[in-house]
Ligand binder design. Structure first.
Ligand code: ACO
Length: 335
């Protein structure tokens, strides 16, 4: 059985925040940020905007392009590390979309690699589980967890959502060829936003009746990152993963039309493309406008490239994700 990508969509908050705007709140400059990262602008959720709203908008656009109704969706994979509900963001998205047949909808939490894991999971559910229409949504509002006094991290991120509808098809039409996925938990110290709990006590009194209980105070730390270690890890791991995906698919790099990496940093994108000797004019990048949008970055960039006519039907895309965990991987898809 095959699976193909039949629709894409994306959504970003209205509020644009430029490097010059950032320079008003931390000791940084447009020159520093753009030369080190390639980022010039980012979108940040404000007011009544939230992650769920962005995810729903992106999903509706993908369904519209695919000409599939919300009621025909069989599974929703909501890839996000910043959901509006600790128990998962997928059910609320499913409710607002109006999927009345109650298809399973659950979260995949794998930071900037989340969308890639969702895409590969969608193909496995279609091939092995009999699902037909699988909606994969990548959405994150990382700016909510950024320390706005830390110039090393606050300049990097933006908020967005992207979605792709993956559909079952005959094997001749298959649009997901080879993939390669990894996690190395020993690298979690290089990039994280830990959840802190104070100690709880829960005890029965000596007569067995009074309850002594003090609940835990819980908070989430701001994002902590060792940028240089992350950079080193990515430029080694991602080209290796791409090579493995090519081998798994029985393809060569020259068979690939577009390289679409997670949009973290232009220097990372350039480094990986150079290492692979992949032509720069075949590399997709929209990072300058949105910053690092975590799980949203791949579907957001793909959606823009498809809607602008850059990526054409039948073309092959090598996509790779990487991020906290550490997690990384790659997959080859046909649009
Ligand atoms: N503005 C001005 N100066 C800054 C800024 C800033 N925003 N940030 C750091 N600096 C200063 C530092 O204070 C330091 O100054 P000093 O030498 O006087 O002490 C100097 O710049 C160098 O700091 P480094 O942290 O070493 O900066 P580096 O050159 O490593 O660049 C960067 C930082 C861009 C994050 C780089 O490490 C990188 O590209 N890392 C990859 C990680 C990444 O992209 N993460 C994104 C999230 S993870 C993901 O999606 C995979």
């Amino acid at each position: 059985k095959g699976c193909k990508l039949v629709g894409c969509g994306s959504a970003v908050p209205n509020n644009q925040f430029s490097n010059d705007d950032l320079a008003k709140i931390v000791d940084t400059s447009d020159e520093w940020i753009s030369s080190r990262t390639g980022i010039r602008n980012r979108r940040i959720v404000t007011g009544k905007e939230n992650l769920t709203g962005l995810a729903v908008e992106a999903a509706q656009k993908a369904l519209e392009m695919a000409e599939v109704k919300a009621d025909e969706v069989d599974l929703i994979l909501f890839c996000s590390s910043t959901p509006d509900d600790l128990f998962g963001g997928a059910p609320e998205v499913q409710k607002i979309l109006g999927c009345k047949r109650n298809p399973p909808a659950f979260d995949i939490r794998a930071a900037c690699s989340g969308f890639l894991l969702g895409l590969v999971s969608a193909s496995c559910h279609i091939r092995g589980g009999g699902f037909k229409n699988v909606l994969v949504i990548g959405a994150d509002c990382v700016t909510r967890y950024v320390d706005w006094t830390d110039k090393k991290t606050c300049v990097l991120f933006g908020d967005a959502a992207g979605a792709i509808l993956v559909q079952a098809c005959d094997s001749e039409e298959d649009g997901l060829f080879g993939f390669d996925l990894h996690t190395d938990g020993s690298g979690s110290r290089y990039l994280n936003a830990g959840i802190k709990h104070s100690e709880t006590s829960f005890a029965l009194g000596s007569n067995g009746s009074d309850l002594g209980f003090s609940p835990s105070d819980t908070s989430i730390s701001h994002i902590q990152m060792n940028g240089q270690e992350v950079f080193r890890f990515v430029v080694k791991a991602v080209p290796e993963s791409i090579t493995t995906s090519l081998t798994n698919a029985g393809l060569r790099l020259s068979d690939i039309d577009w390289l679409l990496l997670h949009q973290a940093n232009q220097r990372i994108i350039d480094h990986v493309a150079t290492k692979l000797e992949f032509p720069m004019d075949r590399v997709i990048s929209n990072l300058a406008n949105y910053g690092n949008t975590s799980a949203a970055s791949i579907p957001l960039a793909l959606d823009e490239a498809v809607r602008s006519g850059k990526v054409k039907e039948g073309q092959t895309i090598m996509t790779a994700g990487f991020g906290a965990g550490l997690t990384w991987g790659s997959a080859i898809v046909r649009w």
